[in-house]
Structure formats: C-alpha cells, structure tokens
Design a protein around this ligand. Structure first.
Ligand SMILES: Cc1cc2nc3c(=O)[nH]c(=O)nc-3n(C[C@H](O)[C@H](O)[C@H](O)COP(=O)(O)O)c2cc1C
Ligand code: SF4
Length: 489
C-alpha cells in the first residue's frame, strides 16, 4: 500500500451526536428528489464489493444477508456492488449480463425492500472492465506469452553486434531473453511488453490494435442498455453507471485516453462514449427510470484527469439527463504497486488508491471528507449552469456533524458513507433515535480493503470476531470470522 513519506496519524475524534429531535429536523434526514423518486434521507451507502457471489456471478444467500444487514439500517439509498454487464466469467462478482441473472437479483431487491420496510431506495452499480492477467513468472512470460518479432531480433543484434540474430528462430530469441538481465530486457522489450512482464498483461481502452477494444464504442451502449433494463426488470429503483476508478468507462474519460477515432483526445471526444452509453440506457429504460453515474473528481495520476475535467463531465452528464452524480477519487492501475508473481495488479495500492479510500495515516489534511472541496467545486459549476442534479460526496465521512456541515454549506446534496456503513450498518437508525453515541466508529485503517485486495469475503475488524459462538451465524475462515455484524439490540 502506498504511504506518505512522513505520515501523520489522525485520531478518530469525539463528536457530538444529535438528539432524536435534532436528527429529525436535520438536513441529513430530510428528503431529496432523485429523478422521479424521493429518497427519505440524504444518507447513501455507496457500492462495495463484498466477494460473496457464486463463481459464475449469481446472487448467494450471503449476498442477500449482506444487503439485508445494510437495509436494516435504513439509509436513504443503498447501492449494490459493481455488477458486470457482460456475460463473461469474472470470478465471484455479481453479473447482470444475461436474463438468467434476473431471478437472483429480484430476490435481492425483495430482501432489501422487506428489511428496510420499503424506506431505502435500492440502486445497482453496473460496470464493464477489460482483461487483467496475473503477473507471470519471467520464464513463462518469455517462453509462452511474448510474441517474438523482428523488433526483438534487431534489438538483440544491436546489443550483441552479431548479425546471426536477425535470422535466429523464436526459441533461440526466447532463450537469449531468458538469460538477459533486467537492464537488457528494458532495452529489448517494448513498454507494453515490460508492463505485461512486470505487472501482468492488462488491456487499455487505447489498445485499438485489438479489434474488440477498437469496437468498444460500437458495442458498449447496447451492452449497458440491456444490463440496465435487466436491473429495471429485477425491480431495482435505479442504476448507477460505473464510470469511475480503473475500469473501461473511466478509461474513456481519462485525460490519458488518446484514441484517434473520435473517442479520445479532447474532453468532448473523451466524454462521447460515456454520453452515448447513457443515451442508449435512457432509451431502453425510459425517461421515468433513475439512471445515475459514478465518476472521478480527480484521477490522481500523472497525466490523468483533474477536477477541471470532472467539472466539464459533470455539466455534460447533468445536462444529458443523469439523475444523480456520485463522485469518487483515484483508484487507478497506472500508479498501482507491482503485484507478486501469480497475483493481479490491484488499483488501490498507489497514491490514487490512497485517495480513493483514505486512511488515518495521512498528510496534514487528513482522511476525513478529503474529497469534499473537489465535490463542492463540481457542484458549484453544475448549479451555476442552472442544473440541480443531486450530487453525492463520499470519502472519510462518518459523523453526523460532518455530514450536516457538508449539506449546510451546500458542498453536496447527499452524503455517502462506505466503510462507516460497513463498520456499523445501523448508523442511520442509531442517529435518528438520538443514540449516535452507540455508533461503532470506523477507524479508517483498511482491514476491509486488504480483504478486498486478496479477493476474500469482506468483513470489518470491529465486528468479525464478536459473538462467534452465536447460533446460526454465517462465518468464513473455519469459523474465525463472522460474515455479518451482530444485530443491534
Ligand atoms: C471493500 C470495498 C469495496 C468497494 N467496492 C466498490 C465498488 O464496487 N464500486 C465503487 O464504485 N466503489 C467501491 N468502493 C469504494 C467506496 O464506494 C468508497 O468510495 C470508498 O470506500 C471511500 O468512501 P468511505 O471513506 O466512506 O469508505 C469499495 C470500497 C471498499 C472498502
Ligand atoms: S475494517 Fe477498518 S476501515 Fe474497514 S470498515 Fe472496519 S474499521 Fe473501517
């Protein structure tokens, strides 16, 4: 995990919780319009992948239990984890790329509606991602995956001064490369080849030499539209198009996107496919259905998009008719740490990853509401363009005081809490009852995120060892971790 050179350890400060009466009169617990719907409060649980789906992408009992637990806390909006829009194997992540996934998702909707007494709006985040392979062993990469070409033969000839390499066969070139040290390999292999060797092969939206990448603008609108329509059929109140972090649509929005086919380069070309996907979704699900978007206030990578880009996109998205804009930050592959051999690169290990899920080991600004100034700038620009699309701020927000201040200053319209909701899914209920002092406060040390990185079922260190002998509870790791927080009594 990336760290500041001289980190400052921030404390989880005491906070003043409201009385039940203050909570009832607060901005946070006042309703907000989202498209044709009204959320009962401005509390929002953003998407979090819990690694609980079946290996082929179906909803499990564990998924149902996970979302039931969040729904019991009755947030205004609950967003279901990033769910794949394609019908391709993608490990234990939920999928919505075919009608066969609808019955399981419908059950999830019914579970949440029942557990929240119908008080929580349920959206689902839908995502497309490109191939990411594990980091290969050096021998395996050079012997099997590398496509030996004339370029390699010429480079070896130049290094050795021996012309025989120009006509050497593939096996000879491979064994030369295998015996070469890192410095020589850096001179012989291209940048993408070195990246594939050192980090694992990864596709980028700019790999237009690959037909399926070139054709993304032709194919993705229909794929997203069909997925969004399934979400509607399953009974979700809305969909959130995932245009954030390290995934396909964020790749198009990135300032690093230099595609030359009209879908890269200038900001209006970069936003073109995201808008075309939106229009295809809107056409399919109809004007009355809630369609929102999650995208980045800042990519936090060299040569990446900054808040000025996000402001431009936000205005385009709002004018196009998205019903909410949910902002995140960072979470990119470009600055991720090198994975171990046999593991895949994880987009939350670099500085951009820190900014996505900031911890208490921080700089002087600290992790709490760290992205709010960017969100506020985006909201100001959107509202100045005479559009009132609600804007969701997330990142290190965990207290009522913080949330209320953000709303009072009009820095955002809705407040998201991901890890705080994981630490205590009953946050809203407790605060509304005037019992905020019973909230289990997130420590922002990212035990949960490490589990996500290891693709292990996500739990919180504050509750996963509590009451392990409670009858009937679901556990993992041979009974050493419970999968849901204990009920609040
Ligand atoms: C375990 C875990 C899984 C996450 N999965 C997603 C996801 O599927 N989609 C997404 O947009 N963000 C995801 N995030 C990011 C959160 O939605 C949120 O933006 C981030 O944790 C910062 O908010 P917080 O400080 O309130 O936790 C995930 C975060 C965690 C901790
Ligand atoms: S594991 Fe740590 S960072 Fe994650 S929700 Fe629990 S307390 Fe917060």
């Amino acid at each position: 995990m990336w760290k500041f050179a001289h980190p400052i350890k921030h404390r989880i400060e005491e906070t003043r919780w409201p009385t039940a009466d203050e909570a009832a009169r607060s901005l946070l617990f006042s309703p907000v319009r989202i498209g044709r719907l009204e959320a009962r409060s401005r509390t929002w649980v953003p998407a979090m992948v819990p690694w609980r789906a079946t290996a082929d992408g179906f909803v499990t009992q564990q998924n149902l239990d996970w979302y039931r637990r969040f729904a019991e806390g009755r947030p205004g909006v609950l967003v279901v984890e990033a769910t794949g829009v394609r019908d391709i194997p993608s490990g234990p992540l939920l999928r919505i790329g075919d009608d066969r996934f609808i019955p399981g998702l419908r059950k999830l909707v019914e579970t949440v509606k029942e557990a929240s007494g119908g008080e929580t709006l349920l959206f689902i985040q839908i995502i497309d991602f490109l191939a990411v392979k594990r980091r290969p062993e050096k021998t395996k990469y050079l012997q099997r995956f590398l496509q030996v070409s004339e370029r390699h033969r010429r480079a070896v000839t130049q290094i050795t001064g021996e012309h025989r390499w120009l006509t050497a066969n593939d096996a000879e070139v491979r064994s030369f490369l295998e015996s070469a040290n890192d410095e020589l390999l850096e001179r012989i292999l291209s940048e993408p080849e070195l990246a594939a060797l050192n980090f694992g092969y990864r596709e980028r939206v700019t790999d237009t030499q690959l037909q399926h990448i070139k054709r993304l603008p032709q194919e993705l609108p229909d794929i997203f539209a069909a997925a969004a329509n399934r979400a509607r059929e399953a009974g979700f109140d809305g969909v959130e198009l995932h245009y954030a972090h390290a995934y396909t649509m964020a790749g198009f929005l990135s300032r690093q996107n230099n595609r030359d086919d009209g879908y890269g380069g200038s900001p209006d070309n970069r936003v073109r496919l995201p808008l075309e996907v939106f229009r295809a979704v809107r056409d399919r699900v109809g004007e009355d259905y809630v369609v929102g978007v999650r995208f980045l206030a800042d990519e936090v990578i060299a040569g990446g998009s900054r808040v000025e880009d996000a402001i431009y996109y936000a205005k385009e998205f709002a004018r196009a008719g998205f019903n909410f804009l949910s902002l995140s930050k960072g979470g990119k592959f470009e600055d991720a740490q090198q994975p171990k051999v046999g593991q895949a690169v994880y987009p939350y290990t670099g500085q951009s990853g820190y900014e996505c899920m900031p911890t208490v080991l921080s700089d002087e600004v600290g992790p709490f509401g760290r992205s709010v100034p960017l969100v506020a700038a985006i909201k100001r620009a959107v509202n100045a363009a005479d559009v009132q699309t609600p804007i969701v701020a997330t990142g290190g927000i965990s207290t009522f005081e913080q949330a209320e201040e953000i709303l009072r200053l009009r820095h955002a319209d809705i407040v998201g809490m991901a890890r705080q909701a994981l630490a205590d899914p009953d946050w809203c209920v407790k605060v509304l009852l005037g019992r905020g002092d019973e909230v289990r406060r997130c420590t922002y040390t990212n035990y949960c995120e490490a589990l996500d990185q290891a693709h292990r079922p996500v739990t919180c260190k504050l509750w996963d060892r509590l009451d392990l002998d409670e009858p009937g509870i679901a556990t993992v790791d041979e009974g050493r971790r419970r999968l849901e927080p204990p009920a609040w009594r």
